[in-house]
Design a protein around this ligand. Sequence first.
Ligand SMILES: Cc1cc2nc3c(=O)[nH]c(=O)nc-3n(C[C@H](O)[C@H](O)[C@H](O)COP(=O)(O)OP(=O)(O)OC[C@H]3O[C@@H](n4cnc5c(N)ncnc54)[C@H](O)[C@@H]3O)c2cc1C
Ligand code: FES
Length: 273
Amino acid sequence: MTDKNIYKPLKFRLDRVVTESPLIKTFFMTPERDFEFKAGQFVEITLDGLGEAPYTPSSSAWVKDKMEVTIMKAGYITGKMHELRGGETLGIRGPFGKGYPIEKFYGKEVIILGGGVGIAPLRCLLLTMLEEAEKFKRIIICLGAKTPDDFIYKEWYSQLARIRNVELLRSVDKADASWQETEGVVTVLLDKLEVDFSKALAVVCGPPIMMKFGTLTLLKKGCTEQNIYLSMEKNMSCGLGKCGHCALGDYFVCKDGPVFTYDQIKDYPDIWI
Ligand SMILES: Cc1cc2nc3c(=O)[nH]c(=O)nc-3n(C[C@H](O)[C@H](O)[C@H](O)COP(=O)(O)OP(=O)(O)OC[C@H]3O[C@@H](n4cnc5c(N)ncnc54)[C@H](O)[C@@H]3O)c2cc1C
Ligand code: FES
């Protein structure tokens, strides 16, 4: 059950930590009691006496007695998270915001476009969708990383590629001798797709520059503004729509997002910052 007192962190035991890439680790946790969230929602993780930061779970929303979060080392708090080894207790507030409206994806071709640590929230969405994979016409996953070494969840991709209505395409900015897939920025993968973009839905998550060019490419190919879902990141404090830190035009990302359709936010000047 979701914690009723949104200000009070729920205790999670950190079971283990897995290194995904040079800067990214996944934290496997067990909550003191079942914890519910929707794919696309986020949580605030508190480190006692040090502070808290927002992250999106990377595990399936169907699983309530475990949770995984994948974190890129970016500064102070994420650096402290990366020092954890397992066995510690973490405080988690949330879940916050609105998730992906997955029911709207039923019967559609869904393009998932992700890069870098942006693959983490998309993994949550995908694992959640794959529990009822037959409800989607096709799930086309286009993922990018700087180099083959920078890909997170390296073991997962061979399983994904075996699912009936799932296609997986990957690219790296800079290939090495072992790389057999595409070389180039992740948006080049969209050129390889045979999809009716005018009817397809697209979900985009990654660094701002990737979100920008991903969105522009999808629009050029015929995707409608209403059918492009973007997961936005803004600096946050309360997570409750009260402090104003995460304002994006008329919206608060923590409360009204972090998932928005492009048509909701396209007129605001600072969406790609
Ligand atoms: C809704 C939401 C979900 C997120 N999910 C994840 C996730 O699943 N995994 C993950 O690794 N990160 C995620 N982030 C980003 C993460 O919260 C920041 O990287 C973290 O707060 C940085 O804290 P720090 O103290 O380590 O870095 P700081 O020392 O505060 O900053 C280091 C650098 O990171 C930048 N930064 C700080 N906060 C953010 C932010 N919110 N968004 C983008 N850049 C930021 C700063 O501008 C600075 O350049 C999410 C952010 C939001 C808003
Ligand atoms: S973080 Fe306080 S209003 Fe969004």
